[in-house]
Design a protein around this ligand. Structure first.
Ligand SMILES: [Zn+2]
Length: 478
């Protein structure tokens, strides 16, 4: 049996859920027709070392034209490289610091925003801004610790709309969306360990304010294989879709490398991950020295006080939150609904208005979902009509004893149907309620309390709370 040694590292890029990093545009990906189009051509120039970068040459040989599609209210002159960058987005910086601290990293007190050369046209300027904010962290795995080498905050690139013969068409809406880039040290020895690292980092990211869904996270693997002392080349695999696939992708590439090393044909390259766990050639590995300082921006200072305040309010990881919610008395199902909804922050905030975990969790996560499915609309549509202000007002009213808990979902329904909140909360009690209930009992004597309650609630649904009806019924029956 040959002695095969793997050395691998992960690089994970995650979009943050904030506005853009170096301008004040919103981070929204759009499908509608662009407002304008700009065309540019890229020329490879000798780098600081005096040589044309191999990757630059490769791109130059293709001699392409780049077309950029933009929107007036969603892209500005910063994306078009016609205006210097604005100050770094504070919220994005704070989220990146959270992530860094959750990954046990040391934060840099002073750091320099850099320009990283990008030659495929995906950045109008030909460079991507990136800033190293933390280093030297670690994650635990069942095989031991894996070091986190660096954490950078950077701008996402423009996205490809289509490739034509000698043109590539990009859309500018994605350009400038904040990304954190997490790079582990090349200490991973097993494919399964890589998966553990990716899963743990994924849990950390989801505990913070990051964007969700397809295309918001990108996972790259770099690796080299050594067979019986014969060292293979460095390989970068771009865009592995999910942690489960990381394991398979690495295993497949290791087998390929073992064969190549035996034939003496292992050479450095960048490969693209495919959904079936295999990879295909993408481009030669770019050379080093692709970074230089961003002179339009001052040094970035990360004050000690800021780091301390973030450290003291770090979000909890999902498995920790589950435990906390269980302690608050929520059942497993409701915990799942709440965690899946991504509304945990709203839940905590509203809990301060009305400290009844089970009820607030339903209001925040369960009922919007139920109302949405009943009306065949999206939860987002429900949330846009029943926002947090409305939820807080409902809770306030319940707390004051002016609205019964059991009527809240129905008030939400009325608001969703277009009634103003104040009006929806005015639930008219039927006149002579007590008499009506008395009549009902007399009509059908000898039923159980539950049976009477069923009858009462179906007749007066939405007009009386269950609690009130039960009280009247008890009085009558006794
Ligand atoms: Zn902008």
């Amino acid at each position: 049996m040959p002695n095969i040694k793997l050395k691998a590292g992960l690089e994970i890029h995650q979009q943050l859920d904030t506005g853009k990093l170096f301008c004040r545009c919103k981070s929204i990906l759009r499908k509608d027709k662009p407002d304008f189009i700009v065309t540019r051509k890229l020329h490879a120039v000798p780098g600081e070392t005096g040589e044309i970068d191999e990757a630059a040459l490769f791109e130059h040989l293709r001699d392409r034209e780049f077309v950029y599609e933009g929107y007036y209210d969603n892209t500005c002159l910063v994306e078009l490289d016609e205006e210097p960058p604005r100050e770094i987005n504070k919220e994005a910086l704070e989220i990146a610091l959270q992530i860094a601290l959750l990954l046990n990293c040391k934060i840099l007190p002073v750091t320099q925003i850099m320009r990283k050369t990008v030659l495929d046209g995906s950045n109008v300027s030909g460079f991507q801004r990136t800033v190293l904010i933390a280093k030297d962290g670690y994650v635990e795995t069942s095989y031991g610790k894996i070091g986190i080498a660096t954490i950078c905050l950077e701008e996402d690139a423009a996205r490809i709309v289509r490739r034509e013969d000698k043109r590539v068409v990009y859309r500018l809406d994605r350009l400038g969306i904040p990304l954190v880039e997490i790079a582990t040290k090349p200490e991973i020895k097993y494919a399964r360990q890589a998966r553990e690292v990716a899963l743990h980092i994924g849990e950390v990211l989801r505990a913070c304010k990051v964007r969700r869904g397809i295309g918001t996270i990108r996972q790259d693997v770099n690796l080299s294989v050594n067979v019986d002392g014969k060292q293979g080349a460095r390989i970068e695999i771009k865009g592995v879709q999910e942690p489960r696939l990381i394991e398979k992708t690495i295993e497949t590439e290791v087998r390929r490398q073992v064969e190549l090393i035996a034939k003496g044909e292992s050479k450095p390259e960048v490969r693209k991950a495919l959904p079936d766990g295999t990879t295909e050639f993408l481009r030669p590995l770019p050379g080093a020295a692709r970074m230089y300082p961003e002179t339009d921006l001052p040094l970035l200072k990360i004050p000690r006080e800021l780091v301390d305040s973030i450290r003291h309010a770090l979000p909890r990881l999902k498995h920790e939150m589950r435990q906390e919610l269980e302690k608050q008395g929520l059942n497993k199902e409701l915990i799942k609904v709440l965690l899946d909804s991504g509304k945990l922050d709203d839940y905590k905030e509203l809990l301060r208005v009305y400290n009844k975990p089970d009820f607030v969790a339903k209001l925040v996560a369960l009922w919007p979902r139920e109302l949405a499915s009943q009306a065949s609309i999206s939860v987002e549509d429900v949330e846009s009509k029943i926002n947090n202000d409305i939820k807080a007002k409902l809770l306030e009213t319940v707390k004051q004893g002016k609205l019964d808990e059991s009527l809240v979902k129905q008030v939400m329904q009325a608001v969703l149907d277009g009634k103003p909140l104040e009006e929806a909360m005015k639930i008219e009690k039927p006149e002579n309620l007590e008499e009506e209930i008395m009549k009902l009992v007399k009509e059908k004597p000898g039923l159980s309390i539950n049976a009477y309650m069923g009858l009462i609630m179906s007749r007066f649904r939405g007009k009386v709370s269950g609690k009130e009806a039960a009280e009247i019924l008890k009085k009558i029956l006794s």
